[in-house]
Write a protein that binds this ligand. Structure first.
Ligand code: ADP
Ligand code: MG
Length: 292
């Protein structure tokens, strides 16, 4: 494309809330045939809310919520905010914690009073050797509704679970439909569980789900799709998404997400609205048409 047409596209993009890092980003976007999307904060609002608390035998629901909220005060994860706020709304006051540790892509752990407390997904419970079978049925029912389930363990014993739900962004369904109409395959890439991811994907008509992915594995999953010959755009919002955004032929950051994601991306959607990808592709096509 000519420098002039690139400038025009940049200007039009900016007024439509789409920022292109450079000419290459404008030029390559129209060749994309696969869009990989992170779930939390990209398809969904990224503001989960507490939905349910359940206790295992020998524990109380309030106790489970208090322990969860206590540890999550040490975390900056959106899931942590949901639990802390949920406890506050239910009048449950957190205790003090020590020895806090966050386990990336899995959860958090620390000490509350005399007890070792852990909070996180199935993988964390497995890593700690906590058998959570007694809660497994309830957990799976919640996941099938699209909720994210986190287990609480006390001194290596299952104590209960907390479930949160993150609403889908209002514009996500129409963006997916528009991208499908352009023949783009949509793949969800998430650290959340398979059942939760599939429940959300089914609701949105997403073509493929890659779930249970640790943050450091996201870029590898992008590479694997490229190795199949796909021309890939990756959309994400988190610090964890940055390497995957850099690996994709086009990285697309949500302007509502982290600075690290935006620095790794060729395109930033200012309002974090996936419809921006549809607009950006139109600009990409119009720009390239000018030089043919
Ligand atoms: P995503 O890919 O959706 O952004 P992450 O990789 O950050 O998710 O986290 C994956 C999973 O690890 C979460 O669904 C949750 O079960 C667990 N997890 C991560 N951080 C926390 C936390 N602070 N508290 C509880 N669970 C957590
Ligand atoms: Mg995310």
């Amino acid at each position: 494309a000519t420098p002039m047409s690139i400038m025009v596209a940049s200007g039009k993009g900016a007024s439509a809330g789409v920022l292109f890092r450079n000419a290459e980003a404008i030029q390559t976007l129209r060749q994309v045939n696969t869009l990989i999307v992170d779930k939390t904060g990209t398809l969904t609002e990224g503001r989960p809310r507490l939905q349910a608390v359940a206790a295992a035998e020998g524990f109380g629901e309030e106790q489970v919520l208090r322990l969860a909220a206590t540890l999550e005060r040490g975390s900056e994860h959106p899931l942590a905010a949901a639990i802390v706020q949920g406890a506050e709304e239910r009048g449950v006051r957190p205790d003090r914690y020590t020895d806090f540790e966050s386990v990336t892509g899995k959860g958090v752990q620390g000490r509350v009073g005399e007890h070792d407390v852990a909070l996180g997904n199935q993988a964390l419970m497995e890593a700690l050797g906590v058998a959570s079978e007694a809660l497994a049925g309830q957990a799976e029912t919640m996941r099938a509704e699209g909720q994210t389930v986190m287990f609480v363990a006390v001194d290596g014993r299952p104590a209960g679970l907390v479930a949160v739900a993150d609403p889908v962004k209002e514009t996500t369904p129409e963006a997916i439909e528009a991208l499908h109409n352009e023949g783009i395959r949509i793949v969800m890439l998430t650290g959340d569980s398979e059942t939760t991811a599939r429940a959300v994907a089914r609701r949105l008509g997403i073509d493929e789900v890659i779930a249970g992915v640790l943050p450091e594995q996201k870029a590898d999953k992008v590479r694997a799709l490229q190795a199949e010959g796909r021309f890939v755009a990756m959309a994400g919002d988190g610090i964890n998404d940055a390497p995957a955004l850099a690996q994709a032929q086009v990285g697309i950051a949500m302007g509502t997400g982290t600075d690290v994601a935006m620095e790794s991306a060729g395109v930033t959607l200012v309002k974090g609205d996936l419809m921006g990808i549809v607009r950006a592709r139109r600009l990409s096509r119009a720009t390239m048409r000018n030089i043919k």
